[in-house]
Design a protein around this ligand. Structure first.
Ligand SMILES: *Cc1c(COP(=O)(O)O)cnc(C)c1O
Length: 226
């Protein structure tokens, strides 16, 4: 099933890239394997997928230990400070940093392990109360503070758009995330030169690609319903 789904996802990525005049090389597909068993991850690896996303530290650590080390992991869920230690060193990118205190913890643990952790700042664009993420108007300020921490590099911005059956209605949020990234880059903040946009899920990734996504996070579209 994953094989068939992957073919479909790849062709939709390709089509969206063509519409937008982008190269499909610019878009990394993150296979969101949360709640799915190890066998599903292994099946996905056998289909050629190498980049996976998880939203719980324990589940990520378990799968990390169990599969080939050539696989890269992304953390996409809400991160508690007391779980940071367990995560550092296992992931290529943490997509969900939305507070200075969390960034400080990531910095501390990274320096302790003598590594540099790459992060994205999660922005709550639609102002949904139930969601994590920093409001757009506070994003630059947070980035200014986080950029001074050692052992941490801000690669870009991430957003979780509202769930919808009408992907077009999320276009505005994807546009706004890109605009925010461009605006902040123009401020020439020391150590800040962001080029990654993590946006788009199963329901809306083609629209996100058209608006500049460099990472799309697809779960259901690859693994089926959770
Ligand atoms: C679960 C999840 C996804 C994948 O959602 P699908 O709709 O199944 O593609 C993407 N991003 C985040 C942050 C998630 O938690």
């Amino acid at each position: 099933m994953i094989q068939t789904n992957l073919k479909e996802v790849k062709s939709r990525i390709q089509a969206a890239c063509e519409t937008a005049g982008r190269s499909s090389q610019e878009v990394t597909l993150i296979a969101v394997s949360k709640t799915k068993p190890l066998e599903a991850v292994q099946e996905a690896i056998d289909c050629g997928l190498t980049v996976f996303g998880e939203n719980k530290v324990q589940e990520l650590a378990m799968k990390y230990d169990a599969v080939d080390s050539s696989v890269t992991w992304h953390f996409i869920g809400h991160l508690q400070r007391n779980k940071v230690k367990q995560l550092i060193g296992k992931v290529k990118l943490i997509h969900s940093v939305d507070s200075y205190r969390l960034a400080e913890q990531i910095s501390k643990e990274s320096v302790g392990k003598n590594i540099v952790s790459h992060i994205l700042i999660e922005v709550n664009l639609a102002g949904e109360e139930s969601k994590f993420g920093v409001p757009p108007e506070e994003t630059e300020g947070l980035i200014r503070e986080v950029s001074r921490l050692p052992g941490i590099i801000i690669d870009g911005l991430m957003t979780i758009a509202p769930y919808t059956d009408h992907p077009e209605s999320n276009r505005i949020h994807f546009k706004n995330l890109r605009k925010l990234l461009v605006d902040i880059n123009r401020k020439n903040i020391d150590n800040v030169n962001m080029d990654e946009l993590s946006m788009g899920m199963t329901g809306d990734y083609t629209v996100a690609i058209e608006e500049g996504a460099t990472y799309i996070r697809v779960g259901t579209g690859l693994f089926g319903a959770r």
